[in-house]
Design a protein around this ligand. Structure first.
Ligand SMILES: Nc1nc2c(ncn2[C@@H]2O[C@H](COP(=O)(O)OP(=O)(O)OP(=O)(O)O)[C@@H](O)[C@H]2O)c(=O)[nH]1
Ligand SMILES: [Mg+2]
Length: 371
């Protein structure tokens, strides 16, 4: 794995693709210390606003300024017509021969909660690979835009004139997270009206630019503006505490898999043994989260004890937090009991457990997001 990390750092394209595939499959990569070099730009807006067309033109503008660029196109495929992703591929294909451009489309398969959890992992991979700019395209519906704002340094929101409900869409949540507004399809009637509507909401505090992505008009000016904007700290928004996994204590993993895999039809789990916790583990992908089957390796250890005292069943809930130390500080200050110092688990992630007495009766695991 460290070999993969080294090849990543050298910008080896096959290594980048391989690392992306591993991260998307939920397999943590060790040896990734993202340099934090890349400028992360979120691009969001309503379906059909021209985000992919805009992204394609923005790639050209970024390359013209001498920088390299990677794109993560998050595709909530359940909401799209089947051809949309294919259309994106064809559009962006003109950049495919360029070694300074890397494009990754990711289907979220309708996962609730917007951006696929592996998006932040992909960002780490692409940052490690040394790209100067990383563009993240998402459809601005539901939670996506909030999560893209959490991840990105700058968010560009695309709106189109003549749709009647633009400002409604803005008020529904895009307003707060936009660092810059792009009125795309400015060749359509109503661009000036939309400009005034946005301006009335933001009072000159943030830039509003017009563009026609289908011809490339106005895109270099958008890039110049994006490059000049101050970077917002990615964790400026409150964290969302995504559920990383649910831990289920079982007497025998193979027995349990007869239900989850055999009867229910869930995908092949990844298996490992965590010696320090004295458990065998099988991780089953479940939507944007996972089920973790835990079987004791012997008569000692916390899971063996749990099985003896309470029988098989829900053992713990694991939430991801941006950083462990501040979370531990707040929990302790509020009278909660953290069960140990942070430990390093399989795949290098850091975690702690919080005693059920203060969490509503469930053992709570906290996992550091970027460890
Ligand atoms: N007239 C005009 N058409 C545009 C412009 N930008 C994009 N389009 C067209 O709008 C349609 C949708 O563009 P996409 O780039 O696929 O939009 P999108 O926001 O990525 O769409 P989803 O990813 O499906 O939400 C395509 O037919 C584009 O050619 C523009 O500035 N003017
Ligand atoms: Mg698109």
């Amino acid at each position: 794995m460290t070999d993969l990390a080294a090849r990543l750092r050298s910008g080896d394209r096959r290594a980048i693709a391989r690392a992306c595939t591993l991260v998307e499959a939920g397999i943590p990569l060790s040896g990734l210390a993202p340099p934090g070099h890349a400028l992360l730009i979120g691009i969001t807006g309503p379906p059909g606003a021209g985000k992919s067309t805009f992204t394609t033109e923005l790639i050209a503008a970024i390359r013209a300024s001498g920088l390299t660029v990677a794109v993560i196109a998050v595709d909530p495929s359940s909401m799209r017509t089947g051809g949309a992703l294919l259309g994106d591929r064809i559009r962006m294909q003109r950049h495919h021969e360029d070694p300074g451009v890397f494009i990754r489309s990711m289907a979220t398969r309708g996962a609730v909660g917007g951006l696929a959890p592996s998006t932040s992992g992909l960002v780490q991979v692409l940052d490690t690979a040394g790209f100067d700019v990383i563009l993240i395209e998402t459809v601005g519906v539901g939670q996506d835009e909030i999560e893209v704002a959490r991840l990105a340094h700058i968010v560009a929101v695309l709106l189109v004139p003549g749709q009647g409900d633009e400002i409604q869409a803005i008020k529904a949540g895009i307003m707060e997270i936009a660092d810059l507004f792009v009125i795309n399809k400015a060749d359509h009637p109503g661009a000036d009206k939309l400009y005034r509507e946005i301006e009335m909401e933001i009072h000159g505090e943030r830039p509003i630019l017009k563009a026609v992505a289908s011809t490339g008009d106005g895109i270099p000016a958008v890039w110049a503006c994006l490059a000049a904007l101050p970077r917002r700290h990615p964790t400026a928004l409150p964290p969302s505490f995504p559920i990383d996994h649910l831990g289920i204590a079982v007497a025998n993993i193979d027995e349990a898999l007869r239900f989850y895999q055999g009867a229910l039809g869930m995908a092949e789990p990844t298996r490992e043994t965590v010696a320090s916790e004295r458990v065998h583990v099988a991780m089953l992908p479940a939507g944007s989260s996972r089920l973790e089957l835990l079987e004791p390796t012997g008569p000692d250890g916390p899971v063996a004890k749990f099985l003896r005292e309470r029988g098989p069943g829900l053992h713990h809930i694991a939430l991801r937090v941006p950083a462990l130390q501040p979370a531990i500080g707040r929990i302790t200050a509020a009278g909660g009991r953290v069960l140990s110092e942070p430990r390093v688990g399989a795949g290098g992630h850091k975690y702690v457990f919080v005693h059920p007495a203060t969490t509503g009766g469930v053992l709570l695991e906290l996992i550091e997001e970027h460890s």
